[in-house]
Design a binder for this molecule. Sequence first.
Ligand code: BGC
Length: 364
Amino acid sequence: MKSKALYGVTALSLAMAGALPALAQTVSPPQVSQMTAKPITIAFLMPENSSPRYEQVDRPEFSKMVMAADPNAKLIISNANSNPDTQLNQAQSAITNGADVLVVDPVDGKAGAAIVAYAARNQVPVISYDRLIQDSKPAGYVSFDNTKVGELQGQYIADHVPVGGSIIMINGAPTDPNAFDFRNGALSVLNPLVKAGKLNISYTVMTPDWSPENAFQETQQALTRLGNKVDGVLAANDGTASGAIRALQAVGLAGKVPVTGQDATNGGLTFILEGLQSMTVFKYVPDEAAAAAQFAVALAANGQPPAGLVNAKVNNGKIDVPSVLLAPIVVTADNMNDTVVKSGYTSLSSICVGDAAKATLCQK
Ligand code: BGC
């Protein structure tokens, strides 16, 4: 059966052209509704709760988009709470309960291969969501350009740390392949500066489970080891940034050195308005969820990805996975209104809290 979905093409190409603020208005649901007689079942397996994005954005957006594509579809949604064994169990139980397609954001990119293998034995295709499942044969991959995310963070540090300064890198979880893409993207910008003697990367660490508490302890250790001589913190996301900021506060450095982030969480945006965090990388997750929903419904309905959706191939160590990669953008206090707020991703009332309420943006 042929999908007539145009959703992905329009919205996604807009996103890739960097026209994000327009998206919230232009987004229309996928139209993949000439369904087979048997209702389709789609399982959505989320990895964790270290970042609020999964329960606050991914879950409702994915559900909404599947239901828009096929109002008769059944959804099975789970969150593995950072445990790869739990996630394998959740995948198995979804298949037992009739899932036709699994959309999996793996806790652990390598361990996820067992989910793909198990699903394949049951003729169930897997779409790798946000994080790429390694050394396996997923039917598709939907994410952002994760190397670009790291490049944007690295460029911000390069532009805002004084020549000769020392930075620390609080990277993501060692089980998350994205964490390496973020780090490598950042290093592609920073390493030339290090070689030229213009910047020092004085401490670099991965953060198990992406936990803000781990990031706090790591930053404390870095500060102790470096005698507080730190001129910038490259934190991989808003959660790790929040831990780093807490450690910087304890030594009077918060707000004095640039700190990066990612996800445009309400907490991160509030910190930016308060001057404690410098930037975040905004990924318009509703587009990611919509692309994955469209991909999943098309696979369940006719075994093919929807026409025009795939825009890349990404190698996972075994195959070139047909992929949809979306564009991330930098958000600072200056463009926050025109991006995250105007797109409807969040509201001023959600971010203008505490000292942030005094920010110019919040006086509107
Ligand atoms: C996602 C980020 C998120 C992080 C922690 C990464 O795989 O791409 O958006 O902040 O995981 O959950």
